[in-house]
Design a protein around this ligand. Structure first.
Ligand SMILES: Cc1ncc(COP(=O)(O)O)c(C=O)c1O
Length: 397
């Protein structure tokens, strides 16, 4: 039997050898779209601050005023940590998402794990897309429900799994999917999925981490991908959204019927047994959501996405089928991805180098994310640097 130290050293050495070792990039500040790393200002294309709200002066001012309520919540929401500002934020989220009510969580990870575990357990089924975010996967695994997966966005595969689950049980079936896939940027086929849920009497849960604030319907333009697909509370009854991405802050929520929110308040362990969201964060988020509802932020983001895709296509870069703010370039080899990201950093651009196990083996990629704060000139600069880095790494474009 190896000692703890031997075990740790072996696993860490393996990670390094496979080019999969993860390291922090230490930021001194990030006034979007910049990030200060090692005393150098870089233009970041790796943040999820899609609307630039993380450094919006009005959000920061609201958060500073919110800190006067208390730097921390001082207890869990159900004990002594639920302030009026949390109530206001929950009402605002319900309004933005077009749902009856909403409940705040410490993070999207906690919201997904807590909601899935409160809703299904032993004897039930949870059905998931293979490319779902780790928090949905972990939530499903921990729940004890039978876990069925289908190939990414494969509606036939999903139908087979739903039929299989329904044939085995007349109990609960939860279908959980990312609305927008975090590493691919494409969207789930939500309208068809909702129809299948209807047919097999399953419940649809949509993770709006990357859809909330960015897309929606005419009536609810910031609500996310489910609204964009025409789904209302009846057809997409469980919506999870994060406040750490387009809202530029931290925390998350589940939105849905009043009964769902009442139920999760009673049964979601990751809501009950943890300290409440700091009131200052709630105050910052509230202002961010008010700003999010106003144009031209979303419109500018859509223009930047379209511009990036048009320019990248002209340069014959291998784009994926994504119209969201996430624009990956799948290069395959971990070492190449690391090398290109490093060259981009030297040229002044920060881009995520995403490798397994975050993405499937053989699909290492650069994850380029766009923001309303990017200028067209910054996008041009990135693409120029990218073409040069790919050429010097002998990647054919
Ligand atoms: C699709 C998806 N779901 C959930 C999460 C977790 O959200 P949070 O960062 O708030 O924990 C993330 C990102 O981190 C994500 O990309």
């Amino acid at each position: 039997m190896s000692s703890l130290q031997e075990f740790l050293n072996t696993r860490l050495a393996d990670r390094r050898a496979q080019q999969l070792y993860r390291q922090h990039k230490i930021l001194a500040a990030a006034p979007g779209p910049l990030a200060v790393v090692d005393g150098r200002e870089l233009i970041t294309f790796s943040s999820n601050d899609y609307l630039g709200l993380a450094s919006h002066p009005e959000v920061i001012a609201a958060q500073q005023r919110g800190a006067l309520l208390g730097a921390g919540a001082t207890a869990s929401h159900l004990v002594n940590g639920h302030f009026d500002i949390h109530q206001q934020l929950q009402h605002k989220i319900a309004e933005v998402t077009g749902r009856e009510a909403a409940l705040l969580f410490g993070s999207g990870y906690m919201a997904n794990v807590g909601a899935i575990n409160a809703l299904v357990g032993r004897g039930d089924f949870v059905v998931q897309d293979k490319l779902n975010h780790a928090s949905l996967i972990d939530g499903g695994r921990i729940s004890g429900a039978q876990y069925l997966r289908f190939a990414h966005n494969d509606l036939h595969g999903l139908e087979r799994q739903l039929r299989r689950a329904r044939e085995k049980s007349d109990g609960k079936i939860l279908l959980a999917v990312d609305g927008v896939y975090s590493m691919d940027g494409d969207t789930a086929h939500l309208a068809e999925m909702a129809a299948l849920c209807d047919r097999f009497d399953a419940w649809l849960m949509v993770d709006e981490a990357h859809g909330f604030g960015v897309m929606g319907s005419d009536a609810f333009p910031c609500a996310g991908s489910a609204a964009a697909a025409g789904l209302d509370q009846q057809s997409a009854p469980i919506v999870m959204g994060t406040l750490g991405k387009a809202a530029g802050n931290g925390g998350a929520f589940i939105a849905g019927s009043q009964a769902l929110i009442d139920y999760l308040t009673q049964f979601a362990r990751t809501y009950i047994y943890t300290t409440g969201m700091p009131p200052a964060v709630a105050a910052g988020c509230l202002r961010a959501l008010e700003l999010m509802q106003q144009e031209p932020l979303r419109e500018t983001l859509q223009q930047r996405i379209a511009y990036f895709r048009q320019r990248a296509t002209a340069l014959a870069l291998p784009l994926e089928n994504s119209t969201s703010a996430i624009q990956p370039l799948v290069l395959g080899c971990e070492k190449t991805v690391l090398g290109v990201a490093e060259q981009l950093q030297q040229a002044g651009y920060l881009v995520g180098a995403i490798r397994p196990p975050t993405v499937p083996a053989g699909t290492a990629r650069l994850r380029i994310t766009l923001s309303a704060t990017h200028s067209q000139a910054q996008i041009d600069g990135l693409l120029q640097a990218l073409v040069a880095a790919l050429k010097s790494s002998e990647v054919a474009v």
